[in-house]
Design a protein around this ligand. Structure first.
Ligand code: HEC
Length: 158
């Protein structure tokens, strides 16, 4: 039951991430360069895409080892402590590519609160990942994955 649903979710996260990257690079012919703050926050967010891609392969038994889950979760938990700061600078009107919607800085409390939740969920995931108990790891991982799409739907251009 849950395992299949979770794999599908994680796969969606991974695929969406790479499809968007491809679209951004090739969609408009000559891609517009990101300004530094945009590149920085993009690179911070990529930690989560890389994390979920690896977790998906491990969960599907394609590559990697379950023994790596704790390390991957720890990296994601560390990365989550950088997310809010990476977006703090109001870059509305800056020249260059970004997928961050202007309304982030009109709704900063809501936006920042979602990163606080991601940080809490990622810390909880990292904590249970250390136990190696898959029955606890799966729901904790799903909780981390849940925030991604809803924030992207509201605050990220595709
Ligand atoms: C609070 C909002 C929020 C949450 C939660 C969030 N993101 Fe993002 N993410 C963004 C925004 C906004 C951008 C666009 C940044 C830019 O281009 O300047 C982004 C960019 C990205 C990118 C870069 C994509 C690209 O095509 O450039 C990836 C990958 C990504 N997020 C993955 C994730 C994953 C995986 C999660 C869940 C663990 C997640 N994000 C959670 C807001 C969020």
């Amino acid at each position: 039951m849950k395992f299949r649903k979770l794999s599908a979710l994680l796969l969606t996260v991974a695929v969406t991430g790479s499809a968007l990257t491809t679209a951004a690079a090739y969609g408009t012919g000559e891609p517009e360069k990101r300004f530094p703050a945009s590149q920085y926050r993009h690179d911070v967010m990529e930690h989560f895409s890389y994390g979920f891609k690896k977790l998906t392969m491990i969960m599907k038994g394609q590559a990697g080892s379950k023994d790596d889950i704790a390390a991957i979760a720890a990296i994601m938990a560390e990365a989550s402590t950088m997310t809010k700061r990476a977006f703090e600078k109001d870059t509305r009107g800056m020249q260059g590519h970004t997928e961050a919607k202007a309304k982030i800085w009109d709704n900063w409390e809501d936006f920042a609160g979602r990163f606080d939740k991601l940080e809490k969920d990622a810390a909880a995931f990292a904590a249970v990942a250390k136990t190696g108990d898959m029955a606890k790891i799966k729901p904790a991982m799903a909780a981390v994955g849940k925030s991604c799409k809803s924030c992207h739907d509201d605050y990220k251009d595709d």
